[in-house]
Ligand binder design. Structure first.
Ligand SMILES: Nc1nc2c(ncn2[C@@H]2O[C@@H]3COP(=O)(O)O[C@H]4[C@@H](O)[C@H](n5cnc6c(=O)[nH]c(N)nc65)O[C@@H]4COP(=O)(O)O[C@H]3[C@H]2O)c(=O)[nH]1
Length: 602
């Protein structure tokens, strides 16, 4: 114990003799010895604990410190004794603390809390401190006793955890959780100051394609570079956060006018759209931005983000690389989507779905050799709803899983019914969404459905769009192989719109390419499209794949495709998608009016 008041201790020379001669004094001597032992024990505790201990007099002049105090703070007893406490704990002695806390310590006799201390080398540290008083017989404070531990490491660990919980690991930007908190603060502050807050949702254009083509490592570096560019625009008080994927949300607090947000949006578009060099790849990226404004569009943070998201969606539809402010019309669209989603949840059980079938014709024989099943939704309140509208909603909400299974089951049931009627054998092609394609046990489900309907696998063709197959090409190859091994036929749909490389095409275990109708539409008037179509046909031939052209509407388109030796066609020229009973008659009579093109099935 470092006793700094230099109190002297008297040592008893022979306690035993004393006790023999003066029994009462002997008792007193015993008590004194016990007290001495106790004192030594307390001194030992004082010296050996890990907590720092400091004792001051009533004027806060330091009297004692223990060794742990020196270890933690770096101060020796000589540095401190006789000096005032304010030398050490600036926080402890500042105005606010002294007024409130010292009063409370004097009244209640104790206080505990966390504060920042300062070591001798001027480094600050976090400590957990408790102060108690020792009073005299008159109730006046004689000593203050402070006991504290250094909690800097624990605090740093807590701060690290809090940081990880609130930040995005890839870009170190605030994540969605911190964003919500900052947005709530920005709204309440702007509400008081009668200012505006802008919420911006940014989504990179075609990021998925870059990620797929150049790999995730490049994709990640690109996101880091974009995060850096976004953060370089605007003020320090703005919050730039990453919500996941290639989506960023920015909060601009305390704006005077809506125009200020437009100015920042333009700066962001420019900042992001410069060329990026990543691992030797020159990448040009653009972004689409949606903006909502507090208080004009609403006062609820979640809604403001949703509205900015809806506006961003609009910017994408508007040709990308632009910004859009949220409007009530967009709100209307968002509400409409929500209502469709609600209705879609009950469409299967309410038997509102049916399939129409569009014939696929072999150009050499002129026969219908297959049909494509196309989903139709007839809702009693809204009437017919186009699959182009509701399928994306079903995909986003996951409803495509039960709906897709219903389509597969119904298409196989219908095919089996046609065969039982003795009609020519057809393959039925069914469209698959990305979510279905990557669904667990998808192969098993198809096996069960085929088995239930007594169909061999070659009676079913699965159409998967080029974009879906290329999303994760290596994983797609494995999935396609599994389906191919089962004996199913596989078609790459909308071919030409994606970014398939020849090397991948060679490795995909597919049977057929379906040329997207956007190329077929203009083959007669647009020489570029004509070249694309004839190239795809030649490439398919080289790779020993069949090729089908969709969206054939005119005799001229048909002649061109025949001349290019395309294998199959599908389109309004021969037939629109029709209910199944119409297919029965087409299979039997199989002709097109005007006799320009005559098909017979048998
Ligand atoms: N202008 C023109 N259009 C033609 C012609 N021939 C066929 N079409 C239309 O083109 C679309 C072809 O289907 P898709 O590209 O797979 O595109 C489909 C497909 O992506 C999706 N879809 C339809 N049914 C299903 C389904 O059961 N599951 C999934 N996942 N998607 C489906 O919805 C999309 C739109 O389907 P639909 O509205 O039925 O539209 C169909 C069809 O009616 C033509 O000569 N000219």
């Amino acid at each position: 114990m470092q006793d700094l008041s230099s109190s002297d201790q008297q040592i008893d020379p022979d306690a035993t003799n004393y006790k023999k001669i003066h029994p009462v004094w002997g008792q007193e001597r015993n008590d004194t010895r016990q007290k001495e032992r106790q004192l030594r024990l307390f001194a030992h505790i004082f010296d050996s604990v890990n907590e720092g201990i400091i004792v001051t007099d009533a004027d806060k002049n330091m009297l004692f410190i223990n060794p742990a105090f020196s270890t933690i703070t770096g101060y020796s007893a000589n540095d401190l004794i006789g000096k005032n406490l304010n030398l050490l704990h600036l926080g402890l002695m500042d105005d606010a603390f002294s007024q409130d806390t010292w009063r409370s310590i004097n009244e209640t006799g104790r206080w505990q809390g966390e504060m920042i201390g300062r070591r001798k080398n001027d480094e600050s540290y976090a400590e957990c401190l408790s102060i108690s008083t020792m009073k005299n017989e008159l109730g006046e404070v004689s000593y203050y006793i402070g006991v504290f531990s250094d909690i800097s490491e624990r605090k740093a660990a807590e701060e690290r955890v809090a940081y990880v919980v609130l930040h995005d690991f890839l870009t170190n930007l605030p994540n969605g959780l911190l964003l919500q908190d900052r947005l709530a603060q920005a709204i309440s502050h702007a509400g008081r100051e009668k200012h505006k807050v802008a919420v911006m949702c940014l989504d990179l254009d075609h990021f998925k394609v870059i990620n797929d083509m150049l790999g995730h490592l490049v994709g990640d570096k690109l996101l880091q570079e974009v995060a850096r560019r976004i953060s370089s625009v605007g003020r320090a008080s703005d919050t730039v956060s990453r919500r996941g994927g290639d989506e960023f949300v920015i909060i601009l607090p305390d704006l005077e006018t809506v125009d200020d947000a437009a100015v920042i949006a333009v700066k962001l578009l420019n900042a992001i759209s410069g060329l990026c060099m990543i691992d030797g790849n020159e990448i040009k990226i653009t972004t689409s931005i949606g903006i909502s404004i507090f208080p004009e569009d609403g006062c609820d943070g979640d809604y403001l983000i949703k509205y900015a998201d809806a506006a961003m969606y609009h910017a994408k539809k508007n040709g990308r690389n632009n910004y859009q402010f949220f409007t009530n019309e967009m709100n209307q669209l968002a509400l409409e989507r929500m209502s469709i989603e609600r209705k879609l949840r009950h469409a299967i059980e309410r038997q509102e779905f049916c399939l129409h079938y569009q014939p696929q014709v072999d150009l050499r024989s002129g026969r219908i050799i297959g049909v494509e099943a196309l989903l139709r939704w007839n809702n009693p309140e809204t009437g017919m709803i186009s699959p182009g509208y509701f399928i994306p909603i079903a995909e986003e909400t996951g409803l495509i899983i039960p709906i897709g299974e219903w389509v597969l089951r119904e298409a196989c049931r219908q095919n089996s019914e046609w065969r039982m009627l003795g009609l020519p054998e057809l393959t039925v092609a069914v469209n698959l969404s990305a979510v279905q394609f990557r669904q667990n046990n998808f192969g098993e489900m198809i096996k069960t459905i085929l088995c239930e309907n007594g169909l061999e696998p070659s009676a079913l063709e699965l159409e998967i769009t080029e974009g879906v197959v290329m999303q994760n090409a290596e994983a797609s190859i494995a999935l396609l192989l599994e389906l191919k091994t089962m004996g199913l036929k596989l078609v790459v749909d909308d071919f030409g719109t994606g970014y398939s490389s020849l090397s991948y095409l060679k490795r995909f275990p597919i049977d057929k390419l379906k040329i997207d109708q956007s190329f077929v539409r203009d083959i007669i008037v647009d020489s570029d499209d004509a070249v694309i179509v004839s190239t795809i046909i030649n490439m398919a031939r080289t790779l020993k794949l069949k090729v089908i052209a969709e969206g054939v509407e005119t005799a001229e388109q048909l002649s061109f495709l025949k001349y290019q030796e395309c294998d199959e066609i599908q389109g309004y020229y021969f037939s629109q998608p029709v209910p199944p009973e119409k297919i029965n008659s087409l299979l039997v009579s199989g002709y097109k009016e005007g006799n320009q093109w005559l098909y017979v099935s048998k």
